[in-house]
Design a protein around this ligand. Structure first.
Ligand SMILES: [Zn+2]
Length: 219
């Protein structure tokens, strides 16, 4: 079974997450907004009483070494609520800056807030992306029929995470997403590590980047 995990927004708790992922030999994709990282770490917002900080621009390459990065636009706007010219700039400039920063092709995309319309999806495709993910969970386990409107299996904190895993099994792909800052206490980190270990132990488990689901035959 192909396993896909992606983590959004480039927050400082990704440092702990990547070390955990490395320990388990799990691949992951990080969806970043190239325009929102100052040189140094910067306070972003509060989540359930904890401070969320964005990583510094200068540390991004080192933090995500060995992992895939994908485009989450330049500054995380609601793309469908802005003129298409401005949305296109957000999409193209976000990709260009990530490619320069990481010195690797960036072919994955994630819609900020999971929202988009046909014109936005077309702009994402035209900018050179192979796939684009929403935040909408696919009822049938995973939905990769339309590469520009891919629906993952679920958020990593979904209460029915393992039921959704079972539902996704016949599709051959299980795809979850989230933000590492949602792991707000030690119990949550421990629970996530246990889930990760269980996924890694699945017979035939193979961690993939989302773009690999769309190269050649879709599952
Ligand atoms: Zn986001």
């Amino acid at each position: 079974m192909k396993l896909v995990q992606c983590w959004d927004d480039g927050v400082s708790s990704d440092v702990r997450l990547v070390s955990l992922l490395r320990r388990h030999g799990a691949r992951a994709t990080f969806n970043l907004n190239a325009g929102l990282h100052a040189r140094e770490r910067q306070f972003g917002w509060h989540h359930l009483g904890t401070e969320v900080w964005r990583l510094g621009r200068d540390e991004l390459r080192e933090v995500y070494r060995g992992f895939s990065v994908a485009n989450h636009t330049l500054t995380h706007p609601h793309l469908e609520q802005m003129p298409i010219e401005a949305a296109t700039r957000e999409i193209r400039e976000g990709r260009a800056q990530l490619q320069e920063l990481f010195d690797q092709p960036v072919r994955g995309f994630v819609y900020p807030f999971g929202t988009f319309n046909d014109a936005v999806a077309q702009a994402v495709r035209d900018a050179g992306h192979a796939c684009a993910r929403s935040t909408h969970s696919a009822p049938a386990g995973v939905d990769t029929i339309d590469a520009m409107a891919a629906a993952p299996s679920c958020h990593f904190l979904a209460p029915d995470f393992w039921q959704r895993f079972d539902r996704a099994r016949p599709t051959g792909v299980f795809w979850f997403w989230g933000h590492s800052h949602e792991l707000v206490d030690e119990a949550m980190w421990t629970a996530f590590e246990a889930s990760l270990a269980r996924l890694c132990a699945e017979p035939g488990a193979q961690w993939c980047d989302p773009t690999e689901l769309f190269d050649g035959d879709s599952p």
